[in-house]
Write a protein that binds this ligand. Structure first.
Ligand code: GAR
Length: 208
């Protein structure tokens, strides 16, 4: 026991949330280790960060769909995560919907960061949706992933004010600063809780 929680990180974008997790692991705040980084975008920044941090980083061709992975591809990703002994999957800007293969293999063991105060503003460019709706406050949410998109038990949220003169870009940049605090903190909490559970009680990926 007291082992570090083994993470697999999936992302499609620049990877600033992955970088934030790595920084908090390296400074000792988050008792975890990233075993593998997987991206559906060949030149995604998250893969460059993986190289910088000397973490195995893989591009996986997502196949013919725009918003999800082909089933066989998702099964391949499950296999890669299992081979890396991943216990918690972190979706850090992964812009595809996760389906049955992942959900079945990692029950209650996939978390996602979303740039709004869920349940408000699911879907794409949630910061823009909040701005256009005239909200005074938005923020970010970390939640367990389940079949319904941007739903699932909420594990943590941080509020971010919307300021006069905000553009979508300035607002998203401020939300990202909050994300970089929230996501490592939720990972830390999950790692702490799981390190205290006997192995038989900890939610583990199945071996199927
Ligand atoms: C983050 O703002 C994250 O909340 C968002 O993508 C960005 C990734 O940034 N995710 C979603 O919108 C998922 N629905 P990053 O690549 O710099 O971590």
């Amino acid at each position: 026991m007291n082992q570090r929680l083994k993470l697999g990180v999936l992302g499609s974008g620049k990877g600033s949330n992955f970088k934030a997790i790595m920084e908090r692991i390296i400074d000792g705040w988050v008792p975890a280790e990233v075993r593998i980084v997987i991206s559906d975008v060949p030149d995604a920044g998250i893969l460059s960060y993986a190289r910088d941090f000397q973490i195995p980083g893989l591009f996986v061709n997502p196949g013919k769909y725009r918003t999800r992975l082909e089933t066989e591809v998702e099964q391949d990703i499950v296999r890669l995560l299992q081979e890396a002994s991943v216990e918690l999957v972190v979706l850090a800007g992964f812009m595809r919907v996760v389906k049955e293969p992942m959900l079945r293999a990692f029950p209650r063991s996939i978390i996602n960061i979303h740039p709004s105060l869920l349940p408000k503003y699911r879907g794409l460019e949630a910061w823009k949706q909040a701005l256009e709706a005239g909200e005074a406050v938005t923020g970010c949410t970390v939640h367990y992933v389940q079949a319904a998109v941007d739903a699932g038990e909420i594990l943590g949220q941080l509020q971010v004010p919307i300021l006069p003169g905000d553009t979508p870009e300035s607002l998203h940049a401020r939300i990202q600063i909050a994300e970089h605090d929230l996501l490592p903190e939720v990972v830390r909490q999950i790692a702490e809780v799981r390190s205290k559970l006997p192995d038989s009680f900890a939610a583990r990926p199945d071996d199927k």
